[in-house]
Design a protein around this ligand. Structure first.
Ligand code: PLP
Length: 277
């Protein structure tokens, strides 16, 4: 499938990356994933801004301006595809000696490729189960870094437990803060709760969800729910750029609401679909 590496559009199989790339050696790179529906990106500006802020926060100078990023994406967009995820990865560059500190001079390596997909969640989706897991990722989860061992192990635990299609709900200090590739929402008695920004990734779908909820007059409180509280919520869902809004209908075996995706999720999911056109 179509891809881009350091200034050239190529097929993904034609790209070769040096073993000295610091993304490869140290996970010293920042990534982004932008959803595209029938050739149209969803909040491209928000994604590019997050990419540039992420690069800035780890001292990688963005090789492109935000408008240059946006034009570079264009050739990867495919109107024929129902949905695509454009993956971008910017590593600090190539190392000469494998030292941890930043090299004095190196040029970032820029990789982009597109994957087509069919949005996995629709209004007939019956919901998945959630499993509380200790969050042992690093503390700077606000940075979209490719060092993803903690996230990989969280999903592997679900797979090993025979529940690969369920969701891990990551717990820090007794609070449910995030899922390994999604943000978390809980609804109870007219209020939507979602963890505040800080040590979690500021999801673009999270921001959209908050806005949609406020637009329909719902009260949104940015506060991480405790493990006890979330199990008493009437609805729980997670958000990310590929699964959009995915309902979680039980947590550690305890049913959420009546065990089916609820009306608040339905309303917000429906409103979200309207943004794709
Ligand atoms: N949290 C984590 C840890 C993620 O990896 C992701 C995205 O993959 C998200 C949240 C959701 O972010 P977005 O809505 O921008 O896809």
């Amino acid at each position: 499938f179509p891809a881009f590496y350091n200034g050239k559009y190529l097929n993904i199989n034609e790209i070769s990356i040096s073993p000295l790339d610091r993304g490869f050696l140290f996970g010293d790179s920042i990534y982004e994933a932008i959803p595209v529906y029938a050739g149209k990106t969803l909040d491209e500006e928000g994604h590019i801004e997050r990419l540039m802020e992420g690069l800035n926060s780890v001292g990688i100078i963005s090789p492109y301006s935000s408008s240059a990023w946006r034009s570079l994406l264009e050739p990867l967009l495919d109107r024929q595809a129902v949905a695509q995820l454009i993956y971008i990865q910017v590593s600090r560059g190539n190392e000469t000696s494998r030292k941890h500190r930043f090299p004095v001079a190196c040029e970032p390596n820029v990789l982009m490729f597109s994957n087509s997909f069919i949005p996995p969640i629709d209004l007939n989706y019956q919901g998945c189960a959630g499993h509380l897991q200790e969050d042992f990722r690093w503390q700077r989860c606000d940075i979209k870094s490719t060092s993803l061992m903690g996230n990989v192990l969280a999903y592997q635990k679900l797979y090993r437990d025979g529940v690969a299609n369920d969701e891990a709900l990551l717990v820090r200090d007794g609070k449910v803060v995030e899922a390994p590739s999604s943000n978390i929402f809980a609804y109870k008695n007219g209020v939507i709760y979602t963890p505040s920004l800080g040590n979690i990734l500021g999801g673009i779908t999270r921001s959209i969800n908050i806005k949609l909820a406020k637009d329909v007059g719902l009260n949104v409180v940015e506060e991480a729910p405790s493990c006890e509280f979330i199990k008493t919520a009437q609805e729980v869902w997670v958000t990310n750029s590929m699964e959009e809004l995915k309902p979680v209908v039980s947590i550690d075996g305890e049913m959420i609401g009546d065990g089916l995706p609820g009306p608040i999720w339905r309303e917000l999911f429906h409103a979200f679909q309207g943004l794709k056109a």
